[in-house]
Design a protein around this ligand. Structure first.
Ligand code: NAD
Length: 295
C-alpha cells in the first residue's frame, strides 16, 4: 500500500467501462518498486466527459493518463502533440504531461501508443532482432493496427495482413496504404478466406501474429488457422490473447513442432512499463513485475 501524502503525484486511466482493468495493479506495483511517489487511479470517462477529463490533467498537474476505449481514437483532438506511430495508427493509449528542464509538468500534453511498442519490446526481450523480417498478421483492429504500424516504423521488411470481410476490413486497407506511404516496409492486405494464400505467406514468413479476439472468450474454442500444416517449426508464433494463456492456435503451433510460441502477456506488461517510463523517466525491473503478476 503506497504512503499517500500531499506530495503524491497522480496518473489516470480514462475509459468506460474500466473497473475490470488490471492496469492500476501493474502501474502501482511499478511505482512502488521504483520508489516513485506516484499512484494510478481509474476513472470512468466516456467520449462525453473526455474533453473535461483531459483538461483536468492540466488543471490538476497530473503526470498524464492511460487512455482506453472508447477514448483512444478521439482523444487526439484535445492534445498538443501526437507521436508519429500514434498518429499513423489513429489511436492513443498514453497521454503524457510533458516536463520542463526542472522536471515540473508544463500542461503541454503529448499522446503515444505503447501497445505496438509493447508487442515489439516483448519480441526483443526474447532475443529476436526483427529488422527486415516478414510478418503475417491476422486482424485489423486496434491491437493489430498498433503492431503493424510500430513494426513497420521500426524496420520490418514486409507485412501481410489478413482479415475477415467484416467492418474492420477497410481499416486494414487504409493501414496498408499508410505503411507503404510512410515507411520502407512493404504491406499487403488479404482476405482471410483465401487459406491457400495464408498458408503460402505463413511458410514464407518469420513471425506470425494473431491479433483478433479469436481464441479468447466467447471464441476460446476457435482458431483462425485450419490445421498444423500452416506452421513451419522455425516460425515465431504470437497471439495477442493472454486469457487463456494458451489459445487453440498456440496449441496447434506447439503440436506442429514450433519452438517459439508466445501469448499476449508480454505485450500487456511492456505497454504498461513503457507508459510508466514516459510518465516518470524510470525503467521498471521486468523480472520483478513478471514474478509479482504471475507472468
Ligand atoms: P478490435 O475489436 O479493435 O479488433 C478485433 C479484430 O478481430 C478485427 O480485426 C476483427 O475483424 C477480428 N475478428 C473479430 N471476430 C472475428 C472472427 N470471428 N474471426 C476472425 N476475426 C475476427 O479488438 P482489439 O482491441 O484489436 O483486440 C484484439 C485482440 O487483441 C483481443 O483478443 C484483445 O484482448 C487483444 N489485445 C491484447 C493486448 C495485450 O496487451 N496483450 C492489447 C490489446 C488487445
Amino acid at each position: 500500500m503506497p504512503n499517500i501524502t500531499g506530495h503524491t503525484e497522480l496518473v489516470g486511466l480514462m475509459a468506460y467501462p474500466i473497473r475490470h482493468s488490471q492496469s492500476p495493479t501493474t502501474h502501482n506495483l511499478a511505482y512502488d518498486k521504483n520508489g516513485d511517489d506516484v499512484i494510478q487511479l481509474a476513472f470512468e470517462v466516456d467520449n462525453d466527459s473526455l474533453e473535461a477529463a483531459v483538461e483536468s490533467i492540466r488543471a490538476l498537474k497530473m503526470l498524464g493518463s492511460n487512455i482506453s476505449m472508447p477514448n483512444k481514437t478521439v482523444v487526439h483532438q484535445y492534445l498538443d502533440e501526437v507521436d508519429d506511430a500514434a498518429r499513423l495508427c489513429g489511436a492513443i493509449n498514453t497521454v503524457v504531461n510533458t516536463r520542463d528542464e526542472n522536471g515540473n509538468v508544463t500542461g503541454y500534453l503529448k499522446g503515444y501508443n505503447t501497445d505496438g511498442m509493447g508487442y515489439w519490446q516483448g519480441i526483443k526481450e526474447e532475443g529476436i532482432d526483427f529488422k527486415g523480417m516478414k510478418l503475417v498478421l491476422i486482424g485489423t483492429g486496434g491491437a493489430a493496427t498498433a503492431i503493424a504500424v510500430r513494426g513497420a516504423l521500426d524496420g520490418l521488411g514486409s507485412i501481410d495482413i489478413f482479415n475477415i470481410k467484416d467492418k474492420f476490413y477497410p481499416r486494414g486497407e487504409e493501414i496498408v496504404n499508410i505503411i507503404n506511404e510512410n515507411t520502407d516496409c512493404k504491406a499487403e492486405m488479404h482476405d482471410l478466406a483465401d487459406l491457400d494464400l495464408l498458408k503460402e505467406k505463413m511458410h514464407a514468413a518469420d513471425i506470425f501474429c494473431d491479433a483478433t479476439g479469436v481464441g479468447m472468450h466467447p471464441l476460446e474454442d476457435l482458431s483462425n488457422i485450419p490445421d498444423g500444416s500452416f506452421f513451419k517449426p522455425d516460425l515465431i508464433v504470437t497471439d495477442t490473447v493472454y486469457a487463456p494463456r494458451e489459445t487453440v492456435m498456440m496449441k496447434q503451433a506447439r503440436d506442429a513442432g514450433v519452438k517459439q510460441v508466445y501469448n499476449g502477456l508480454s505485450m500487456m506488461l511492456f505497454q504498461a512499463l513503457i507508459a510508466i517510463e514516459l510518465y516518470t523517466g524510470k525503467s521498471t525491473p521486468v523480472d520483478y513485475m513478471k514474478e509479482q503478476l504471475g507472468i
